[in-house]
Ligand binder design. Structure first.
Ligand SMILES: Cc1cc2nc3c(=O)[nH]c(=O)nc-3n(C[C@H](O)[C@H](O)[C@H](O)COP(=O)(O)OP(=O)(O)OC[C@H]3O[C@@H](n4cnc5c(N)ncnc54)[C@H](O)[C@@H]3O)c2cc1C
Length: 453
């Protein structure tokens, strides 16, 4: 069996693994990055392809350019189920060509010294003294097994979680996913029959009827091409996503030319708080495999890049201190929680609330401004749902028709605050992780019960 020794082994070259490879290529670490797919399919996965510009700015990642950039986004239009209320939220972003962007990151990383193997799958972890020390790989190009030792192995395997799931149960990074904490999502990219009006704006249609527990989107990729799709909550026994797609496509995207489909496909998206810890002894987990997706809007590319950024910094730290244990990598958790994880946990609660609302309640809430654009924007950027006292009083009067809705909203705001507080007290020592995690689990359970009342 072929053998090799590296500082870091990255398994998976989607946006998460590619971002980490790109960051680490700026250091002098010896890095091997692999993916089961061939080079020309790196980054090729079903996605809406929308990313907020702020992620690139905050993380020092290069903007998509040339054929990597399909459209500059100026904002989002959010439609109520009855289409009577439209909220416009301004914000810069990109509609990217994901394979082109991801492959550019990997190419630049390779040019700077990262070794890259395509058609190569991590089959199982190498373990010693309860630490991950690399992986056994199979390279389909050369048809050979490889034993790769690494000080730190990074699972960037996306929703498949195909590496971390093979670790012993005692590793906390093996945490599994409840089906209801995921969305099934499907999209097609098609040409439109006419030019799209207002194409720098993404459209989101909230509708429990046509996408229960999720939403429909219409994301233009320029004036005559669009990424259109929907997500529905998993584990609920709903009809298949294709049934919803076929039934409602004409309604949400009447202008698409069904004869001119460029690409189509579906996949699953985790929609919960992140893994309790994204690192353990000799291992780090990033991207969808670490559940880093935004629970409310399902966007996971930007937060996958955040997790790569935090793990990249923690890896450098670990090498400086020559400590590759959970403790040596722990700063990855602190960094991720501060930048995104605490907000994600509070949005996990908000998502549970939203998924239980009826179309009537959403129409009412949006139309009467029980929640307003600003509240939603604030909630989605910070994870706080603010309801000031005076406004609350006003809204009680206005919302007399639906007092239970307002009451629930208040409960949601309280719990969102509570869970963020618990995340603020994330333990500084890995040995306290399980105690902390049981506090988080208790809040989620309590919250679910409060919603059922
Ligand atoms: C339909 C849909 C629409 C979406 N829309 C948006 C959107 O508009 N904006 C947004 O930000 N997010 C969106 N998301 C979410 C987003 O696509 C993901 O969060 C993001 O792409 C995850 O990136 P990743 O690198 O973690 O995983 P992936 O892109 O899944 O990459 C994982 C890689 O690991 C490789 N791999 C797996 N196992 C192994 C193994 N054992 N050995 C070697 N390689 C392995 C795979 O081949 C793959 O290339 C959407 C998701 C879906 C399904």
């Amino acid at each position: 069996m072929k053998k090799g020794d590296y500082d870091v082994l990255i398994i998976g070259l989607g946006i998460a693994g590619a971002s980490l490879a790109w960051k680490l290529s700026q250091t002098n670490l010896k890095v091997l990055a692999i993916d089961s797919k061939p080079w020309n399919r790196f980054g090729d996965k079903p996605c809406g392809d929308a990313i907020s510009k702020e992620h690139f700015d905050n993380l020092g990642m290069p903007y998509p350019q040339g054929k990597e950039l399909e459209e500059k986004v100026e904002g989002i239009k959010l439609y109520s189920p009855d289409m009577k209320t439209v909220w416009t939220v301004k914000g810069e972003g990109f509609e990217i060509d994901s394979p082109n962007y991801v492959q550019r990151l990997v190419r630049e990383a390779k040019d700077r010294g990262v070794e890259v193997l395509d058609l190569t799958t991590a089959m199982k972890p190498i373990l010693s003294n309860n630490k991950v020390e690399g992986a056994v790989l199979f390279n389909r190009r050369t048809n050979e097994m490889m034993e790769i030792k690494a000080k730190i192995t990074v699972d960037a395997t996306g929703y498949s979680m195909s590496f971390r799931s093979k670790l012993p149960f005692e590793f906390p990074v093996t945490e599994s996913l409840d089906d209801r904490d995921a969305d099934v999502a499907y999209r097609e990219v098609l040409y439109t029959k006419d030019d799209i009006e207002d194409y720098p704006y993404l459209k989101i249609f909230i509708t429990q009827k046509a996408s229960p527990g999720g939403y429909w989107w219409y994301f233009p990729k320029g004036p005559n091409k669009v990424n259109v799709g929907l997500g529905i909550q998993g584990g609920m026994g709903y009809p298949s996503i294709h049934e919803f797609y076929t039934k409602y496509l004409n309604y949400y995207a009447p202008d698409v030319d069904k004869e001119r489909i460029i690409v189509k496909g579906g996949a699953l998206v985790p929609t919960r708080r992140p893994l309790a810890t994204i690192v353990w002894d000799g291992i780090a987990v990033i991207g969808d495999s670490a559940f880093t997706v935004n629970p409310v809007h399902g966007g996971g590319k930007g937060s996958a890049m955040i997790s790569a950024y935090c793990v990249g910094k923690a890896i450098l730290n670990a090498f400086e201190n020559n400590d590759f244990s959970a403790k040596g990598l722990w700063s990855a958790n602190e960094c991720y929680i501060e930048r995104y994880g605490a907000k994600q946990a509070s949005l996990d609660l908000f998502r549970r609330f939203l998924q239980r609302l009826s179309d009537d309640e959403i129409n009412y809430g949006m139309n009467r401004r029980v929640i307003r654009e600003e509240d939603l924007l604030e909630a989605s950027s910070s994870g706080d749902l603010q309801l000031s006292t005076a406004e609350k009083a006003m809204r009680v009067i206005m919302a007399l028709g639906k007092p239970s809705l307002l009451f629930k909203l208040k409960t949601v705001a309280e719990y969102m605050k509570k869970i963020k507080e618990v995340y603020r007290h994330f333990p500084s020592d890995p040995k306290d992780l399980m105690r902390w995690k049981s506090n988080v689990d208790a809040i989620i359970l309590d919250f679910n019960n409060a919603l059922e009342k």
